[in-house]
Design a protein around this ligand. Structure first.
Ligand code: FES
Ligand code: FE2
Length: 365
């Protein structure tokens, strides 16, 4: 076996993980009588906010003949289909009226449901619970009712460590499948090449690193440590402690704490279709709370950072179109291997956690 063959890794199948929460969009976009369209895991979804403030997410297809519900009307209470005027209560999906029915019709409209998804606001996002597509609409509804909302996993939330904080968010579309997006997120070796900037780090600053990782449920943690001395922004803080968690299906939590000062971020990579995804970054901090313009400075640095990843992935997508065999090497690509193992275990319901205990990885970056 050649050296290369030892590390060959077939391109990810991009199977999607259903039955979990995904951020659909910023919830501030849901206002008035607007209906907002998006795609999550290949499913067309329409979101909105009822007059009472409650947000909703429906499959953007009328159960009558499939026209997108977003083509119709929303009056703050009901979504009405453009084609034959069937109307639906958008949180439950229950049909509230079929205009063509006469008093002689036996059809009970209230027993018809449009597909809806649990939808909750957290950290300024509308999070949507995306169930497995295998179930038919009615079976899915029955299962959901039988389980009750309590049976759903908790909605993700960014940890915050003080009552007062500032926050910012960013998002970027990536032209690759969710697996490439996620392993890009946890890839320690691309920093000095993709994210070169005077204020961050240069290629010349590459040095050997040793980091401890430990298993956590559905993921792994880069254990608390003092962050790299070659990252200028960290020098603002005294003896900061950083923790980075990756948790299935798509979440990277990073917290940096130094005494009472903290910075916290949640980055998610959400499958839009089988071959595209979107990265969302939400950050909050109480460092330099009183200094004006910090939010816009953080946003512009953050946007530059995300843009660098995005440009790289657009270039990568060009190469991936040719379906090349790829490689995952030790130790720098170990977190990516763990991700694939965790994902397989979750999808197949078998297999062990790839980390049986704490592990130290070494790489240069
Ligand atoms: S297609 Fe929606 S009411 Fe007929
Ligand atoms: Fe990056």
């Amino acid at each position: 076996m050649s050296e290369e063959q030892k590390y060959v890794w077939p391109q990810p199948s991009a199977e999607l993980i259903y039955d979990d929460w995904y951020p659909a969009m910023r919830s501030a976009e849901l206002r008035g009588k607007r209906m907002m369209k998006t795609t999550l895991l290949g499913i067309p979804v329409v979101l909105g906010r009822k007059a009472g403030g409650e947000i909703f997410a429906m499959r953007d297809l009328c159960p009558h003949r499939g026209i997108p519900l977003s083509a119709g009307w929303f009056d703050g209470e009901h979504v009405t289909c453009k084609y034959h005027g069937w109307s639906f209560e958008p949180c439950s999906g229950q049909c509230a009226g079929i205009p063509s029915l006469t008093s002689k019709d036996a059809l009970d409209a209230s027993r018809i449901y449009a597909a809806t998804y649990p939808c909750v606001e957290s950290d300024g996002y509308a999070w949507v619970y995306v169930p497995s597509p295998g179930l038919g609409r009615l079976a899915a509804r029955a299962a959901q009712e039988a389980q009750g909302a309590q049976a759903l996993p908790p909605v993700p939330e960014l940890p915050k460590f003080s009552a007062k904080f500032r926050s910012a968010h960013l998002s970027a579309e990536l032209p690759c499948n969710v697996d490439h997006g996620i392993i890009g997120l946890m890839d320690p070796a691309h920093g000095p090449f993709v994210h070169q900037a005077w204020w961050w780090r240069s290629r010349a600053s590459i040095h050997e690193k040793e980091k401890r990782f430990e298993p956590i449920p559905q993921g792994f943690r880069m254990s608390a440590h003092a962050p790299s001395g070659n990252s200028a922004p960290y020098k603002i803080l005294e003896k900061p402690i950083t923790t980075i968690d990756f948790v299935l299906p798509n979440r990277r939590y990073e917290t940096i704490r130094s005494g009472s000062r903290w910075f916290s971020s949640l980055t998610t990579v959400t499958p839009v279709t089988a071959s595209t995804c979107r990265i969302d970054v939400y950050g909050a901090w109480n460092i330099l709370y009183a200094v004006p313009f910090v939010t816009s400075i953080v946003k512009s640095f953050g946007a530059r950072f995300v843009r660098q990843d995005q440009v790289t992935m657009i270039e990568q997508a060009e190469g991936l179109r040719h379906n090349p065999a790829l490689m995952l090497i030790d130790d720098a690509d170990k977190p990516a291997k763990w991700y694939f193992a965790l994902k397989q275990a979750r999808l197949k319901g078998v297999g062990e956690h790839p980390l049986s205990g704490p592990v130290t990885l070494r790489w240069r970056s």
